[in-house]
Design a protein. Sequence first.
Lengths: 109, 655
Amino acid sequence: MNQLFCLESYLVISSFLFVIGLIIVLTKNNAIQIIIGIELIFNAAALNFVAFSYFRPHVTEGMQLSGQIFAIFVIVIAAADACAALAIILSLFRVFKTTRIQNINRLRG
Amino acid sequence: MNLLSIVLYPLISSLLIRMWGGKNPKLAGWLGCVSIVLSFVVTVKVGLHFFINSSLEPISHNLLTWAILPSHAILFSLKMDVLSFVMSLLITGVGLLIHIYSLGYMKKKEYGRYFSYLNLFIALMLLLVLSDQLLMMFIGWEGVGFCSFLLIGFHFESHKNMNAAKKAFVVNRIGDLGIFLAMMIILAVLVQEKQLWSLAFEDIRTHLDLFLTKSIFGMSLATVLCLLLFIGVCGKSAQLPLYIWLPDAMAGPTPVSALIHAASMVTAGIYLMCRLSFLFDVSHFASEVVMWVGIITALFGSTVAIFQRDIKKVLAFSTVSQLGYMTLACGVGAYAVAMFHVVVHGAFKALLFLCAGAVIKASQGNQDVYQMGGLYKDLPWTHAMFWVGALSLSGFFPFAGFFSKDLILSHVHEHHLFVFVLAMIGVLLTSFYIFRLLYLVFYSGKKRDLPGYITPWVMKAPMIVLAFLAIALGFLWTPSFLGSIDLFPQWMSSLYMIPFSTHSLWFEIGLSLLALLFSAVGLIAARKLFVHGPIADQWIKEKFPKLYQLLLHQYYIEEFYYKTFVHDGPPSNRKLSQDTAFTNSLFHFISVIKGMFDRYVIDGLVHWFAWIPQFLGSIYARIQDGQIQTYIRWITMASLIVLFYWFLWVSGMIA
């Protein structure tokens, strides 16, 4: 039980999340799917913050929850990011009638 | 400086006319004529030196050094000796008269283009004769060919004229190849043997023995050079294998025919042979070739001229024939005589062409002699001038043609008896065809009521001057029984080593009388046959259709060229092209192979070179394809590589 409930297992899960998110970002065509991948990468980072904060051996007074606060920040940023990204995707869809990012390449020289 | 200005006046005025003359015909006409006047005056001024100081020392003016490498420099310089002087006088003198004539002949709106071309021609022709080495002469040689192209196709609205221009250009290129090869051989020999980077006539003359001792294909190099140069001469001076462009060149305006295709440009070939006479003199084989080509061309031209219907075509074949006589004179070594005939012919042939121009102008563009006739009342002036030209051409005493033709005949007689007989027949034919033309145009029963056309003075005056010259020029070189004036051979004496014939007095008189008799027979026969119209032509056409067609079609030489070299056949006669002649298929086969070579080897090479950067570019283009995911991929890959090495470094596996 103690063996499983250690920092390394959190880091492994977090890196799994990060790699899955990265692969989604690299391979998916759909812009919305890519945003989902980005969310996964955010959450991998948030998980790291929480894990490091929890398993920290020496903690200064008043700083015990600093990692968790960062995680909340990350969630807020992710939400704001999703808002902005979805708005962009929506307006792109209006112009291009598609969300396939391969087809949205008007800027290519 | 003086020599340079002779060339520069017409050149600069040509540019000026091209820039501002188009909208201002008066300016174009004035500039065109004044520049030639200046050029003429300077030529005379420079040339007077020969007579005042009575030394035939040439005057030279260095222009520039064309340095291929500093040690291998070819010097460009202008040089005027008596030969160049005589040619320059001919070009600027006759050129000036024809410029003035053109003021009346050409339409006002054509002035700008016309005079700029004509001035450019004069400048380049002067460059040709004033150059002291082959390379710069070749520049002039090509340049006058180009101007000839422009002027033949002057009325380019008609497809026929453009074809004639193209034909002249292409045929001249064939000849130019010969000259180009000769230049390369000369340069190669001089560089190899003497380390002399030069094409100057003087250097060739000094090292003449080099060309005599070396040989290729069992011929001495001098002979090979002469034959190659003679190909060029054939092209420019319309000798037999390559004459075909000259009759078609009559598509140009008539003054152009008078200046370029009778008086000056076509004599460039004769000039070249005279300039390099020392080279032709040492090669007997080449001289024989030149002689035979000359006499055959002379006879060819005069026979073909007999049945032509176009007034300008008759004169064109007459020019071919007369150029044949000049070549013949060169072939028998009488270079000074050839030059004499060049000058004399320049005067009377220009005169004949200008008369023809006046006739064409009066009959509103009609050139068919069958539709003329009875013009002597409408055009009394032109009629008189034409008589002078015709008498001079056929060699009647005291016209200039008499003297030059007599000299050619006596030199030929000395050299080769059979050729002499042929030349005599040529004299008869010459007289016959020119008086046939005269009687058909000016007499021949029928009356045409022309709308009263009065030849303007700008056209009359040049004709009068030329008529005067066509009489007076002969007295520069008269035979012994007529005072034995020898101004002309004295001028030329420093240039040519020709043993002048020393016949007995009675022989010379006999020869002259014989030639006169032949000319008179031609005149009388033409008068009998043609004074009432082209009845004789019809008669021959019915009785001897083969002969008539043979002569009318110029011995089918043109058809032969069209069938062999031009795949499509002559534009006038499409039927021929349907014949699947052997030569036709042969040339088709060769062209297919050439096409394959061109497509796969030459084009293939070019495409291969073009493919290399394209291939490399396609690789690098993949890095920047505009897809954000691709960029992320590259970033990820690069970060992984950096991380990997960082781990290795941290773990101490690499230093």
